[in-house]
Design a binder for this molecule. Structure first.
Ligand code: NI
Length: 147
C-alpha cells in the first residue's frame, strides 16, 4: 500500500427522490412482461420513494482534511440527478430512459453516469439506490481501488 492509499476514506451523501416508472420490455410478450415484472409492469405507471446514497472514496486531502466537500457533493447530486429525476415520470420525462428499462439497476447506472463527470476523477464513485426499504442495488458492483 502506497502512502497516498494509507488514509483512503469513503464518504457518503444520502438523498431521496420520488419518481414514477413502468418496467416494460417491448421485445417481450405482454404475458411475459407481467410474469417477469409483476406490479412494476402496470401500464399506467406507479411511484417509488427512491433512497439514493452516493459513496465517494479517496485519500484525505492533507491540508483540508476532506476526501470531498460533502456540501459540494450534495449540490452536485441536486443539480445533475435530483433536478432531473425528482417528481418525474422516468419513462416519459427523462431522455436516458427513452430506450432503457428504468429498473433500479439501470437507474443506478444512469445516476452514476450523470455524476461521474462532476466528481473529481481521482475519487472512486459508487451509487447505492433503494427502490424500497428492502430492495437495494449498487453500481458499480465491485469496490475497486485506484492504484
Ligand atoms: Ni416499480
Amino acid at each position: 500500500m502506497t502512502g497516498s492509499n494509507a488514509q483512503r476514506v469513503a464518504v457518503y451523501r444520502h438523498e431521496h427522490f420520488n419518481a414514477a416508472h413502468r418496467i416494460h420490455n417491448p421485445a417481450l410478450s405482454d404475458a411475459d412482461n407481467v410474469r417477469i415484472y409483476g406490479k412494476c409492469n402496470n401500464p399506467n405507471y406507479h411511484g417509488h420513494n427512491y433512497e439514493l446514497t452516493v459513496r465517494v472514496c479517496g485519500s484525505v486531502d492533507p491540508q483540508i482534511g476532506y476526501v470531498m466537500d460533502l456540501g459540494v457533493l450534495s449540490a452536485t447530486i441536486k443539480q445533475y440527478v435530483l433536478d432531473r429525476l425528482d417528481h418525474k415520470n422516468l419513462n416519459l420525462d427523462v431522455p436516458e430512459f427513452a430506450d432503457v428499462n428504468p429498473t433500479a439497476e439501470n437507474i443506478a447506472i444512469v445516476v452514476h453516469g450523470l455524476l461521474r463527470p462532476h466528481v473529481p476523477a481521482n475519487l472512486d464513485l459508487h451509487v447505492v439506490l433503494g427502490e424500497t426499504p428492502r430492495n437495494i442495488v449498487q453500481y458499480p458492483a465491485d469496490i475497486v481501488h485506484h492504484a
